[in-house]
Design a protein. Structure first.
Length: 575
């Protein structure tokens, strides 16, 4: 194929160079404008100015976030603990600092270590909001070939990745969820301490959770010697395990490396959460299946009361029956027992449940979901379920009604997750997500959430809501909780919504409270035990009420700890 010749007219270039060298002949208005633009481009702004603000897209940083960037760069020389309260945008602050250093030519490579569930989110935000060519670490060769890498801490510290990471010098290291580095005896702390880095940012909303030494360990990662050696720190600043002395002096030392913004000081205008519980009445066939499963679970629990593994299996079955017949089917299938001739046979109990399962030909929950989604149309909706079988069923039934829905689940690779996000934002009305959709994605363009299944762990509920109700959300967020009447699901929703005020509790405090309550037994195991050991619904509600009272006692303990932390960091009381 013949190629067409392309010729560039460069006659103007020699004349323009002559004008620049002699700085004359600018009487022509066009030339004068060109010279003015060239001069403006060469102006060096003051060192205190934040140049990255002119190069970000799609959002406007809040005043407290811009102030953090100035302080970290101008006062802390790029080594800081970003300890803002949950929801104030520590990720945005870290991205702005990285962008600023890149523009100034002070950072040419960076390593961002985050929880595995947040790798995709960090990568996406750095590229889309800050135009930083960050990549999610997948292959060993990427450690050497890529300048801006986002990886999980667990991956980076493992062989063979460990040797690559420790052998390289990074201009900037960012560690999210840095409270996991609070203990210097752990492999996490030792690994991060070995990394070669010029600048370092540690992000955590809880720099002090239990002991004073946690704060010392974080500060030592940033600036060894800032608080002296460990024995000096103990003698100068520690009066007890959770009590400080010489607080004014300690506060002054900490303020050189730690920045903490609080909601009460930030004047954030977050949109409201409008929560509605939607009761669902089961059909006779569904009710028979629920009662059959419940009786089966109780009888199995009594014979395996001390067997934790069996208890967890029963827990799954009990939750599935409140979700869909499809979810129950998969678990019942695993209960097949092989006869002596190698043929698959069913125990009488499981055979009875199989008959009850066949009798269920429709789903009251699905019918309610379809009706609600049509009422919400054309607004977008994200529907959360815990089970893939339920997810597949929902997408099929929505398609029959002409409603375009896309799936989102943990089994998808990163590219497919991005594709599903793109389809949801631009084409589909509904995204049906499993728990993987509760982590690592931002869906501020959507403001309707349906909890088709309600997790028994409040943190997982909060993670779901946090995908939508966050900084950047312009509308009030509507949350619809499906509750099948006269089932354990109804009791759990009452506990989460009415008793422990899940939707009003600050998520950072919620996580701390649950950690303290789950030191011996997880919340899900505790709730399962309550359900199985109660004689009737009245007793279930009574014991759940007692659990809620213990939750509120923990809230008081956490609030006292928070007040001590605020006094230590600011010299003021928490709200």
């Amino acid at each position: 194929m013949r190629q067409l010749p392309i010729r560039m007219d460069r006659q103007w270039l020699n004349k323009f160079q002559h004008l620049i060298e002699n700085d004359t002949g600018w009487s022509n208005w066009e030339r004068f404008q060109l010279a003015l633009e060239a001069a403006e481009a060469q102006i060096v702004p003051t060192f205190d100015s934040i140049q990255s603000l002119n190069q970000i897209q799609g959002f406007e940083p809040l005043p407290h976030q811009i102030d953090v960037v100035r302080r970290v760069i101008n006062e802390m020389r790029g080594r800081a603990i970003l300890a803002d309260e949950v929801g104030l945008g520590k990720t945005i602050e870290a991205g702005l600092i990285l962008k600023e250093y890149v523009i100034r030519g002070l950072v040419k490579n960076a390593l961002i270590l985050v929880p595995s569930s947040l790798v995709l989110q960090w990568t996406r935000e750095l590229n889309q909001k800050f135009q930083i060519p960050a990549v999610a670490q997948k292959k060993e060769w990427m450690w050497d070939k890529c300048d801006f890498i986002v990886a999980s801490l667990d991956t980076a510290k493992r062989d063979p990745h460990r040797q690559y990471v420790l052998s390289k010098h990074y201009d900037l290291l960012i560690v999210d969820e840095a409270h996991k580095l609070k203990n210097r005896r752990t492999k996490n702390w030792q690994f991060v301490n070995q990394l070669q880095k010029k600048y370092c940012l540690l992000l955590t909303a809880t720099p002090v959770q239990n002991e004073m030494n946690e704060l010392y360990n974080l500060v030592t990662l940033l600036k060894p010697g800032q608080l002296g050696n460990e024995s000096r720190f103990q003698s100068d600043y520690v009066a007890g395990k959770r009590k400080a002395k010489n607080e004014e002096q300690l506060r002054e030392e900490i303020s050189r490396v730690l920045i903490r913004n609080r909601r009460r000081d930030s004047n954030l205008n977050l949109t409201r959460r409008i929560v509605k519980t939607i009761p669902i009445q089961l059909s006779p066939a569904e009710r028979a299946l629920y009662e059959g499963i419940t009786q089966f679970v109780r009888s199995r629990y009594q014979s395996h009361a001390a067997d934790l593994k069996s208890m967890l299996a029963l827990l799954v079955l009990q939750k599935e029956v409140c979700s869909s017949r499809d979810a129950v089917f998969h678990t019942l299938f695993k209960l097949f027992q092989r006869g002596e001739q190698g043929k698959e046979t069913l125990s009488p109990e499981v055979a009875h449940l199989a008959e009850l399962l066949r009798a269920v030909t429709s789903s009251s929950k699905v019918d309610t979901a379809i009706k609600l989604i049509k009422e919400i149309s054309p607004d977008k909706v994200i529907v959360f379920t815990e089970y893939r079988a339920t997810q597949d069923m929902l997408i099929r039934e929505l398609a029959k009604e002409g409603i375009h829905a896309v799936p989102y689940r943990g089994g998808f690779n990163r590219n497919k997750k991005d594709w599903m996000m793109e389809l949801f934002q631009k084409r589909a009305q509904v995204m049906v997500a499993t728990e993987a959709g509760g982590e690592g994605i931002n869906l501020q363009f959507c403001h309707h959430i349906i909890n088709f299944d309600m997790p028994w762990n409040p943190m997982r509920v909060e993670q779901r809501i946090g995908r939508v109700h966050r900084l950047g959300q312009k509308s009030d967020v509507h949350i619809y909780n499906f509750a099948t009447e006269n089932t354990i699901e109804e009791h759990i929703i009452w506990l989460l919504h009415e008793k422990i005020q899940l939707f009003e509790t600050v998520v950072g405090e919620l996580e701390t409270i649950l950690n303290k309550m789950e030191e011996e037994e997880s919340m899900e195991q505790s709730l399962m035990r309550i359900m199985l050991e109660s004689d009737d619904d009245r007793q279930v509600r009574q014991r759940l009420n007692e659990w809620g009272e213990s939750f509120h006692k923990k809230i008081q303990t956490v609030q006292e700890q928070k007040e001590r932390q605020e006094v230590l960091l600011y010299g003021t009381q928490a709200d």
